[in-house]
Design a binder for this molecule. Structure first.
Ligand code: FMN
Length: 215
C-alpha cells in the first residue's frame, strides 16, 4: 500500500477533540437532606468499565458542583433527551452558586430510595453513581465512579422488559454543538460480520429507513 502524502491531513495541535461525546446532566446535592439540589452539564464523561460498571466524569475544581460531589461522594448522571437540550445548555453556562437551576428551569429533583443524590425527574433515564477515586489531571479532576443502578422511564421498556434506548431521543455533543440522534440505526453490534439471514432480519426490524414502531 503506498504511503499517503502529507497533504492528506493537516495537524491542528493537541486538543480534547474526541467526538461525538455525550452531553449529560449531572445532578448532585451538598451534605444534608435540606441542601439544595444542583445540575451541571458534563461533556467529559465516559464509560470506563463494564464489570463493575464504571463511568468517569471530569470536572474543573472551580465548579460549584465539584465541592458538592467531593463531600457527598455520589451523584446521578441523567441522560439528555431532545426536550432537555436547552436545559442542558443552561446548566452548562449558569452556576448553582448564583441560581437554583431546577427552579429556574421548572425541573424537579427525584431522589431514588436509599440514595443520597437527587436525579432529574424529567430525564428519560439516569445512572446512580458512587465516587471511588478522584484523580487530579490538570484543568479537570476525574471522578472515577461506580454505577450502582440504572433507572429508566417505563416507556423505554417493551412488554418483555427489553430496553429501547432509541425511544429516548438522546442528544450528543461535538465541537461546541448539540446534535439529535436520528432514529435511523446505521447498524447494530456485530453487523459487519453478521450472517446474511441475521443481517436482513435485523435490518428489516430496526435498520435504515424503517420508522420505529411505537405502541
Ligand atoms: C455542553 C457543555 C459541556 C460541559 N462539560 C463540562 C465538563 O465536562 N466538565 C466541567 O467541569 N464543566 C463542563 N461544562 C461547564 C459547566 O457545566 C458549567 O461551568 C456550569 O455552569 C457549572 O455549574 P456549577 O457551578 O453549578 O457546578 C460544560 C458546559 C457545557 C455547556
Amino acid at each position: 500500500m503506498p504511503e499517503t502524502t502529507n497533504a492528506a491531513f493537516r495537524p491542528i495541535g493537541p486538543a480534547a477533540l474526541l467526538s461525538p461525546v455525550p452531553a449529560v446532566l449531572l445532578s448532585c446535592r451538598g451534605e444534608g437532606e435540606d441542601s439544595p439540589a444542583n445540575l451541571i452539564t458534563i461533556a467529559w464523561a465516559g464509560t470506563v468499565c463494564s464489570e463493575p460498571p464504571m463511568v468517569s466524569v471530569s470536572i474543573r475544581p472551580e465548579r460549584y458542583s465539584h465541592a458538592l460531589i467531593e463531600k457527598s461522594g455520589c451523584f446521578c448522571l441523567n441522560l439528555v433527551s431532545r426536550k432537555l437540550c436547552r436545559a442542558a445548555d443552561f446548566c452548562g453556562v449558569r452556576s448553582g452558586r448564583d441560581v437554583d437551576k431546577f427552579r429556574s428551569l421548572g425541573l424537579h429533583p427525584w431522589t431514588p430510595d436509599g440514595f443520597d443524590a437527587p436525579a432529574l425527574e424529567e430525564a428519560p433515564a439516569f445512572l446512580t453513581c458512587r465516587v471511588r477515586r478522584i484523580l487530579p489531571l490538570g484543568s479537570h479532576d476525574l471522578f472515577l465512579s461506580e454505577i450502582e443502578n440504572v433507572y429508566v422511564k417505563p416507556d423505554l421498556l417493551d412488554e418483555k422488559g427489553a430496553l429501547h434506548l432509541e425511544r429516548a431521543d438522546l442528544v450528543s455533543y461535538a465541537h461546541g454543538r448539540y446534535y439529535g440522534l436520528t432514529r435511523e440505526a446505521l447498524g447494530f453490534f456485530g453487523y459487519s460480520v453478521a450472517r446474511p439471514d441475521v443481517l436482513s432480519r435485523r435490518l428489516a426490524k430496526d435498520g435504515p429507513h424503517k420508522k420505529e414502531r411505537r405502541k
